[in-house]
Design a protein around this ligand. Structure first.
Ligand SMILES: [Mn+2]
Length: 427
């Protein structure tokens, strides 16, 4: 399924006068320098798409195949991300999960990704499932396991994933562990942590010098009593012990309810230990919903801390941290959901970039609580969608990606090409 320039142009032409009117109104009220800077930063900002989110997801209660046309191979997954990137010019990388996405022909896969203008983002290991050919089981953990032989199997898998990633041009390994315990007494916490540290040290030793190791944490699930890397403290502890190349990865849905994620982000940035993000949203305890669909103000406050903290450290917003979506699409077309997530992230980023920093800093210095709140809320309550759309148009993409996706009947095309009953590997 290819989308050409003429199709994008004719879509943009149809929306042009309405877009122009809204964008001009923004330009009247906001500093033109700030608008120009924000447009460039939005154009540069890219969010990696996870290979496991291109098919319909499921829960432990079941999976409803509702979409059709799901990618059957890694090449087709790359084509799907290529389609997203063509529509929004903001998804220029794919994050692979091994062994779900082992490339059969590396050169072929690399060539096809290049053709779509895509790079390979962080590679993800998987020791939360037993593979059919596995000798030993991860039922009671992987890197934390009481049996050294199981730990060694998990370490070897992670090193294999690094090798796969090196061949593709990835620069980071993400480790998320399902390790933990379901019942009190099951686990000696200190031993589990020490085993995990020892295993991660062996993986870290195999890391190329220009790579990063992202240590992801999650409060609970699949284990329901303890998780061995359960919060940012445990992740940071490990990352600090491992070394400079190890950082803490924040997945928005991996916190206990009402956690102040923006404060966590601020301090990790201060310590130079923030790896990046897995974006999603949640109402209760999940990590699956469209970014910005439930708590857009929280997403904005997180981006406020990101922008402020990255600027304070002289960091490049687009390049110095890893930006990825990690969600599961159970009832929506995954590609539409991913377009919506990218849009939600871009809006929050644009809002954070448009904050009057000088006014906010002054209000903080003066303990002017009401004004500080006012500065943030004024920006949050302004509709910056035309700014995001303008950036997209300037980058050669669609003013409204999801509408163009429907106008061009992309899903119907994919079903024709791939069939109604295909199932992608993944969650
Ligand atoms: Mn994640």
């Amino acid at each position: 399924m290819n989308v050409d320039n003429i199709q994008i142009q004719s879509h943009n032409d149809k929306l042009s006068s309405s877009h122009h009117r809204k964008f001009s109104a923004l330009k009247e009220d906001w500093s033109s320098t700030l608008i120009d800077q924000t447009l460039q930063k939005l154009i540069d900002f890219q969010i990696a798409i996870p290979s496991w989110a291109l098919g319909t997801g499921g829960t432990r209660f079941g999976r409803f195949a509702i979409t059709g046309g799901e990618p059957r191979t890694l090449a087709e997954k790359i084509a799907d991300v290529g389609l997203l990137h063509r529509l929004n010019a903001a998804s220029d990388a794919i994050s692979l999960h091994i062994p779900w996405d082992v490339p059969e022909d590396i050169n072929e896969i690399k060539k096809s990704a290049e053709g779509y203008g895509l790079a390979f983002d962080a590679v993800n290991s998987n020791t939360f499932q037993d593979q059919p050919d596995a000798l030993l089981s991860y039922k009671f953990g992987s890197l934390q396991h009481v049996d050294k032989a199981v730990r060694n199997q998990a370490i070897a898998h992670n090193i294999e994933v690094i090798k796969q990633g090196q061949a593709l041009g990835s620069k980071a390994l993400t480790v998320w562990l399902a390790d933990g315990s379901c019942f009190p007494g099951q686990l000696n916490f200190r031993n589990a942590f020490q085993n995990t540290l020892d295993s991660l040290q062996q993986i870290y030793a195999a890391l190329p010098s220009d790579w990063k190791l992202y240590v992801e944490y999650k409060a609970f699930e699949p284990n329901f009593y303890s998780t061995t890397i359960g919060d940012w403290g445990q992740s940071l502890l490990l990352a600090n012990k491992l070394g400079d190349q190890a950082k803490t990865l924040v997945d928005l849905g991996h916190h206990l309810p009402n956690a102040n994620i923006e404060q966590i982000v601020s301090l990790l940035l201060m310590e130079g230990k923030l790896a990046g993000f897995h974006f999603n949203d949640s109402k209760y305890g999940d990590d699956d919903l469209t970014a910005g669909s439930i708590k857009p103000y929280q997403l904005f406050l997180i981006f406020n801390e990101l922008v402020e903290g990255m600027d304070a450290a002289g960091m490049n917003h687009a390049k110095n941290l890893g930006w990825m979506i990690d969600a599961s699409h159970n009832v929506k077309d995954p590609l539409e959901d991913l377009l919506q997530s990218v849009e939600g992230i871009m809006i929050a980023y644009a809002q954070a970039l448009m904050i009057d920093r000088a006014a906010l800093t002054q209000a903080q210095q003066n303990n002017d609580v009401a004004l500080a709140q006012e500065v943030l809320q004024h920006t949050f309550r302004t509709d910056f969608r035309p700014l995001v759309a303008e950036a997209r148009q300037r980058a050669g993409a669609a003013l409204s990606p999801i509408h163009l996706y429907r106008e061009l009947k992309c899903r119907e095309q994919l079903i024709m090409e791939r069939g109604k009953t295909t199932t992608a590997t993944g969650l």
